[in-house]
Design a protein around this ligand. Structure first.
Ligand code: SF4
Length: 374
């Protein structure tokens, strides 16, 4: 986790944000980074060399600025694919970790790790949205535009959100991560509504494709701690992206065995599965930044949402394989497919949720059951 220890090497601050209390808090947690005030962020970002050349140095730079748009977004979802309709908190953009397959490399319009310091605006918007929803579960995640916990040691975002969450008993926060340093968050309230979730891949993949992230063993040890700490947080896992490489079958079976050894599978919220998918524009970025990488040279088909994916029979085979492995250790484990077509659901599960709302309801019910079981 050296990438995080040394992050950031440089801090850029949008002029006008340097005096904000949250900026000052963040700066007080950093050890001697170079700080520059940027008078016109838009103009500054315009003159940056486009990806991929700027991405590696961009990942070592923290940009503190104002978010002038909405903080809460719907999960981008994709056309013709079932989506669980969770909300995404856009509090940051970019990730100091460096997964070769990370879609953010192609998706974001600047190479820096952006954190929005107008947190009062963020909290006001959250309060407004939360107070307008009643009688239904609301799931929100911080892990769509960054890793949920990769910046936590600097920004304390989760700690900032906890008191607000405490006031809205129907809201669940999912922290999706590939890190393992969660000790300072354990036992935080509302404990039963803060979901820690880990993306899992075989250790060989972690080493070669997920630079800077915690090892598989560290992630599982953290998950075990989260499950047992002070009565336990709900935990979840994501086999996403499932990757194809020689020996993938045994490798993923091995991950499932390690998972079953590390945590009590009867008490996990869910396991999602999603196969490798990417916009065409990611290909040349991966080729340039990760020249040894072979993942990109597989056979892909362009989906109806424009993203490249493995062929359907192969996706079905991968899901069925992981599902079999999971069910062999815990027959009633709750799993779902992330961004998949209904015919693939049919082939893997023998049914598909009739629409996105139905899939949302399935996950909401898991949240409720987990609350009621305590
Ligand atoms: S941890 Fe997630 S957000 Fe960060 S680089 Fe890897 S895939 Fe991207």
């Amino acid at each position: 986790m050296m990438a995080l220890k040394n992050f950031p090497e440089r801090v850029l601050i949008e002029k006008g944000c340097e005096g904000l209390p949250y900026t000052q808090e963040i700066l007080s947690r950093l050890t001697c980074p170079r700080v520059e005030i940027i008078s016109d962020v838009r103009a500054y970002l315009k003159q940056i060399v486009p990806a991929p050349s700027s991405l590696s140095s961009g990942k070592r730079t923290l940009l503190l600025m104002k978010n002038r748009g909405r903080f809460i977004k719907r999960c981008p979802g994709t056309r013709h694919h079932l989506c669980c309709l969770y909300l995404v908190l856009h509090h940051a953009a970019g990730c100091p970790l460096d997964c070769s397959y990370c879609i953010l490399q192609a998706y974001l319009n600047n190479p820096y790790i952006v954190f929005y310091v107008n947190v009062e605006d963020m909290l006001a918007e959250l309060r407004d949205v939360f107070s307008r929803v009643s009688g239904t579960i609301l799931r929100i995640g911080t892990g769509e535009f960054t890793d949920s916990l990769a910046l936590e040691h600097i920004t304390h975002t989760t700690r900032l959100l906890m008191p607000l969450l405490g006031q809205f008993p129907n809201v669940f926060l999912e922290l999706k991560t590939k890190t393992a340093d969660i000790d300072s968050l354990l036992g935080g309230e509302p404990r039963r509504r803060i979901i820690f979730s880990w993306s899992l891949n075989p250790e060989a993949v972690v080493r070669t494709e997920e630079t800077g992230t915690a090892t598989l063993e560290e992630r599982l040890a953290a998950a075990s701690k989260a499950q047992s700490a002070s009565g336990g947080h709900p935990i979840a896992f994501h086999f996403d992206p499932l990757l194809r490489f020689p020996g993938w079958e045994e490798a993923y079976t091995g991950v499932v065995r390690s998972l079953a050894d590390a945590v009590d599978l009867s008490r996990i919220l869910w396991v999602s599965m999603g196969t490798f998918r990417f916009p065409q524009s990611l290909k040349h970025i991966m080729e340039e930044r990760f020249p040894q990488n072979r993942l990109i040279y597989d056979e892909f088909i362009r989906g109806e949402d424009g993203k490249m994916r493995y062929f359907k029979p192969l996706r079905r085979e991968m899901y069925a394989h992981v599902l079999r492995a999971l069910r062999s250790v815990r027959p009633d484990v709750f799993t779902y497919l992330c961004m998949e077509r209904d015919d693939v659901w049919d082939e893997v599960y023998g049914f598909h949720p009739e629409n996105n709302l139905r899939l949302k309801k399935m996950l909401d019910e898991r949240c409720l059951e987990s609350l009621l079981s305590h």
